[in-house]
Design a protein around this ligand. Structure first.
Ligand code: HEC
Ligand code: HEC
Length: 254
């Protein structure tokens, strides 16, 4: 431990004390400029508007706009999505803005903003890192007349799938409570409810088809409307932590 700390040097130890520590970002992130990414997120670049204007000041997404949470999302996954929008491999059929946004950024900009997004939302509480929840407020959605599903039924599908209908457990790819698996399986836990529903429907009807080897479309095609509402209701409130252990697993630390 002592040599480890020595190797880090005093600058990194100081950095550990502040909320966001780019030096400690996921091991998969190399050659990204966080400051450029932060600037794009907060101010936009050229004709590209600030990402925060739609994805929220802390990148937790917005159910009223249908935008996803980006904070703490897997770096490689974010960079892939932005490349896919830039190359029209994925079409934004929600607001028809993301293809132009991604085209307005260079490949390096897309990496930079992905690295920044991956690092945000992580805060030190005492000696341990926790993440802001940021899932949807289900009671508020219900009050607004949004149809919700049944959380425990969604949980069963996420954890066990449904063998009789050939549906694999979501956690077999997306990890426990959908907390994401580097580098290609996105975090779907604590994602916004509306976004989860819209993407599962798009993947089911094929209007979104940028998943490699149709891995996700194959699953989505087997889901009923009810299944989709059930998994989204569970996932939006599913924490990254494991039951009885308030720490986030080490591979999810920045
Ligand atoms: C005018 C609103 C708006 C702005 C500004 C905006 N976005 Fe988006 N973004 C959206 C919408 C809507 C979606 C969902 C599109 C879809 O259904 O494919 C989205 C989706 C995404 C996704 C896909 C996430 C996932 O989980 O698959 C990424 C990544 C993303 N945006 C990044 C950015 C970045 C980076 C910026 C700033 C450069 C930005 N967005 C600016 C509205 C916006
Ligand atoms: C065989 C592996 C696999 C299984 C099982 C699987 N997924 Fe996925 N899923 C993926 C991959 C890969 C992607 C990313 C596709 C891409 O790169 O665009 C994805 C993407 C998604 C997305 C879009 C995320 C975003 O931010 O845009 C949602 C939502 C999702 N999956 C939900 C589920 C649910 C719910 C289940 C269980 C019913 C499930 N997945 C089971 C592989 C899987």
């Amino acid at each position: 431990m002592r040599t480890y700390l020595k190797k880090l040097g005093s600058a990194s130890i100081v950095a550990m004390a502040v909320a966001v520590t780019p030096a400690f970002a996921s091991g998969m992130v190399t050659g990204a400029d966080y400051n450029n990414g932060k600037s794009i997120f907060e101010n936009g670049k050229g004709d590209v508007p600030a990402c925060s204007s739609c994805h929220g000041a802390t990148a937790l997404g917005d159910d009223n706009l249908g935008t996803p949470r980006l904070a703490g999302q897997i770096y490689q996954f974010l960079a892939k999505q932005l490349d896919d929008y830039a190359n029209d491999r994925r079409m934004d059929t929600t607001m028809f803005v993301m293809n132009a946004n991604a085209k307005g950024l260079s490949e390096q900009d897309r990496k930079d903003v992905s690295a920044y997004l991956n690092s945000i939302g992580r805060v030190f509480t005492g000696k341990q890192l926790t993440q802001t929840s940021g899932g949807s407020d289900l009671a508020a959605l219900k009050e607004n007349g949004v149809e919700l599903g049944v959380s425990h039924l969604g949980k069963a599908l996420v954890n066990y799938g449904d063998t009789a209908r050939g549906i694999p457990a979501c956690l077999s790819c997306h990890g426990h409570n959908g907390r994401g698996v580097d580098p290609m399986y996105p975090r779907i836990g604590e994602q916004k409810f509306g976004y989860l529903v819209s993407q599962l429907k798009k993947l089911r009807d094929g209007t979104r088809d940028n998943d490699v080897m149709a891995q996700m479309r194959v699953v989505a095609k087997k889901l009923t409307d009810e299944d989709i509402l059930n998994v989204a209701t569970f996932l939006t409130q599913a924490p990254q932590t494991t039951m009885g252990n308030s720490r986030i697993p080490v591979e999810h630390l920045p």
